[in-house]
Write a protein that binds this ligand. Structure first.
Ligand SMILES: Nc1ncnc2c1ncn2[C@@H]1O[C@H](COP(=O)(O)OP(=O)(O)OP(=O)(O)O)[C@@H](O)[C@H]1O
Length: 255
């Protein structure tokens, strides 16, 4: 049993639909403080929909309906009246770097300004700290005024991580962050994530089972809208999964 106060996200019997199409059902799991929780599974298994439900993107996704319990810090996300306040605690990094039509500096300073950080010295400090934590500072410190969109793909992805960190999130959701990133950058970001989990909880949706193996403390297999199994990554990858489908997926027999 995990003590209640170590549970960051408690999910019970969650169902996500788009119109009549069920994307996820009967999902029950919990995500603990300071762990990296990996989610693996083939396309269309409901992984991204799960992340969307956590930070209430159903509000802006037409036809999307969420039922069941999804408690963040013990309070159901559906009870948060102030979605800005909820989302400021939950950072999200999408598969492809998006929305960078501003300078490198402003990309990171933007959220900090919104949450009330004032004065150039304070903003400079946030920008340097977040870019350093995202392993990008050394590469961009001399071009903070250039457009974020002019950086390489791997740099842009790290910029989106720096931007997510600038909110000082308690929970960081990453959706297949390495899709558009070269292997060296992927490894650098993986090192960053190992370090970040000391300060926050990370949910890592990945299409790379070996990435879950390298990074996740526990891993869940999602399959066709069902949570097949949740367990310690070492156990699942060590040949002791309880569901044969987990073993088959991990060993690449389908996907
Ligand atoms: N906005 C939407 N409107 C209608 N159906 C959707 C929408 N988003 C997702 N779906 C459907 O919900 C199901 C789950 O999709 P989801 O994106 O959550 O899966 P996934 O596991 O993240 O897949 P992938 O690895 O391809 O990103 C799929 O059948 C998908 O077609």
């Amino acid at each position: 049993m995990v003590s209640k106060d170590r549970i960051k996200l408690e999910v019970k019997d969650l169902e996500i639909r788009y119109g009549s199409h069920v994307a996820l059902q009967g999902a029950t799991l919990n995500i603990r403080e300071n762990e990296i929780f990996g989610i693996i599974g083939p396309a269309n298994s409901g992984k991204t929909s799960f992340l969307r439900a956590i930070n209430r993107m159903d509000e802006m996704t037409s036809g999307m309906r969420v039922k069941g319990t999804l408690e963040f810090n013990g309070k159901d996300v559906s009870q948060w009246r102030n979605l800005y306040a909820l989302r400021s605690r939950i950072g999200v990094v999408f598969p492809l770097p998006v929305g960078l039509p501003m300078s490198v500096y402003d990309n990171v300073a933007f959220a900090a300004k919104l949450r009330g950080v004032k004065g150039k010295a304070n903003l400079d400090e946030v920008v340097e700290r977040c870019l350093t934590r995202a392993a990008l500072w050394d590469e961009v410190k001399d071009r903070l005024d250039s457009l974020g969109s002019l950086l390489s793909g791997g740099q842009q992805q790290r910029l989106t991580i720096a931007r997510a960190l600038s909110q000082d999130p308690e929970l960081l959701l990453l959706d297949e962050f390495s899709i558009a990133v070269d292997p060296v950058t992927t490894m650098r970001i993986e090192e960053v994530l190992k370090d970040l989990k000391k300060e926050m909880t990370i949910v890592l949706v990945t299409n790379l089972v070996q990435q879950a193996r390298r990074l996740a403390d526990r891993t869940a297999l999602f399959l066709a809208g069902e949570v097949v199994e949740v367990g310690k990554t070492k156990r699942l990858f060590g040949g002791a999964a309880t569901d044969q489908r987990t073993t088959d997926y991990i060993e690449g027999r389908f996907g």
